[in-house]
Design a protein around this ligand. Structure first.
Ligand SMILES: [Fe+2]
Ligand SMILES: [Fe+2]
Ligand SMILES: [Fe+2]
Ligand SMILES: [Fe+2]
Length: 436
């Protein structure tokens, strides 16, 4: 762990322009790819989109032509990197299959970060968001099976469970309640900063993917499910980005963006099992070290400060993808009843919510004619007698008990799957057997 990216050479910016053939590489094979190669590819696309978008915002707010020349050069490269990474996606990977990949990223990435997060308040926020994306994975998995006849396990490859969690109809909050307390830029650990910058990029890209692709299905229930979950991802972007200290300067943020890219590619290189794709991560790690040098020079010149004050002197590990079933089960069993609190930017529980809880009004309105994420389970019950779950039997047996803890008695969409209904469904033959 002694790798200090500020001491590395990297690839000079003038050597980072590639030809179209080099930019647009051959896609992976969706039936052969390791699920965590796919999650790395999805995450790194999100990281590149954020790097590119941030630099546009920087330029739009910067009157200095010299500074804008530096930003324009690396921004062009970020965009070319984004093409390379995102276009590893094969043409035959359906939108729902890709979607399961996005939610697997969210579950296993957030779980890893929660266990490696030094700030307890930030960790609590990660645990809270984790259960919501875990529920999204379950709801989308039903559609993937129903619409395409695929087993969600073909995508998650047995590494991530598929089970209900805090039901998605309860992820809709008053927009002001989602906002969290920011870390203090002077005292926050670089791991905290990189964790949050990484997660914001991932959640933002998840939102954008649903926004751009949810309408591609003709089935109105699927379209509405994407609309519902996309709105939760908007809440996730708001929640995680509000943890960032808003007084960081543009140069400080630039430094943190490049450092985040370096740390993420570094982890990808360490973990990648696909030799061809590993070469891409290696090349882009060198590119990002080049970008970091430019950002560090700008920071030193304009802020007259040492970059190590912001990013420390060693790499941090933000995205070690591996199975997190045990940790997710622990959070699921203890925190499914958790909700955002009315005051103090903290958390509460279903049974402790006051009558004037701010999110009640939103939940009542958006689900007044039904929640699409409940409807999908009703569709499965009508067509297949039960929902589709992929988990150890111990956890599957707790499905009804978990639902009871997660349901809110005061506000329920009219098509809510009740505990009694779920208990009845659980007696039916499991669907997953059909998928094998
Ligand atoms: Fe990049
Ligand atoms: Fe999600
Ligand atoms: Fe999310
Ligand atoms: Fe970069």
């Amino acid at each position: 762990m002694s790798f200090n990216p500020l001491q590395e050479k990297g690839t000079p910016i003038e050597k980072q322009i590639r030809n179209w053939h080099e930019i647009t590489k051959k896609p992976f094979n969706k039936t052969e790819v390791d699920c965590y190669t796919r999650t790395r590819q999805i995450l790194m696309n999100g990281i590149e989109v954020e790097a590119w978008n941030f630099k546009h915002n920087f330029s739009r707010n910067c009157a200095d032509a010299e500074i804008n020349k530096f930003i324009a050069q690396t921004r062009r490269i970020e965009d070319m990197q984004q093409t390379t990474v995102n276009w590893l996606t094969p043409a035959d990977q359906s939108v729902l299959e890709t979607t399961l990949g996005y939610e697997q990223v969210a579950v296993d990435l957030t779980a890893w970060m929660a266990q490696n997060e030094p700030d307890p308040y930030v960790k609590e926020t990660f645990d809270f968001g984790l259960l919501e994306d875990f529920d999204h994975l379950y709801r989308y998995s039903q559609w993937a099976y129903f619409e395409h006849g695929i087993s969600p396990n073909d995508i998650v490859q047995g590494q991530t469970d598929i089970m209900l969690s805090r039901p998605t109809q309860y992820h809709h909050n008053d927009a002001t309640l989602r906002l969290r307390k920011p870390y203090d830029k002077a005292t926050a650990d670089p791991q905290t900063k990189v964790n949050i910058y990484t997660l914001v990029s991932g959640e933002q890209q998840t939102h954008n993917y649903y926004a751009e692709h949810g309408m591609e299905y003709g089935n109105q229930c699927i379209r509405e499910t994407y609309a519902e979950i996309k709105d939760v991802e908007e809440e996730h972007v708001s929640m995680y980005e509000s943890l960032i200290d808003p007084t960081e300067s543009w140069f400080e943020k630039l430094l943190l963006h490049e450092f985040t890219e370096v740390c993420n590619y570094y982890t990808c290189v360490e973990d990648e099992v696909d030799e061809r794709i590993k070469k891409i991560w290696e090349m882009f790690l060198e590119y990002e070290i080049g970008h970091l040098k430019i950002a560090a020079d700008l920071f030193k010149k304009y802020e007259k400060r040492d970059p190590e004050e912001v990013i420390g002197n060693k790499i941090v590990i933000p995205n070690r993808f591996k199975s997190q079933k045990e940790y997710v089960t622990k959070i699921l069993e203890t925190q499914i009843q958790k909700r955002l609190s009315n005051e103090g930017m903290g958390y509460s529980e279903v049974k402790k919510l006051p009558d004037d809880w701010k999110s009640y009004a939103v939940q009542k309105k958006v689900s007044e004619e039904g929640a699409p994420t409940e409807m999908v389970i009703q569709v499965m019950a009508a067509a297949k007698d039960r929902d589709l779950t992929v988990a150890d039997n111990d956890l599957k047996d707790k499905e009804a008990e978990l639902l009871e803890k997660g349901l809110e008695p005061k506000v329920q969409a009219p098509d809510t799957v009740s505990v009694e209904q779920l208990k009845k469904m659980m007696k039916e033959k499991e669907i997953e057997h059909e998928c094998k």
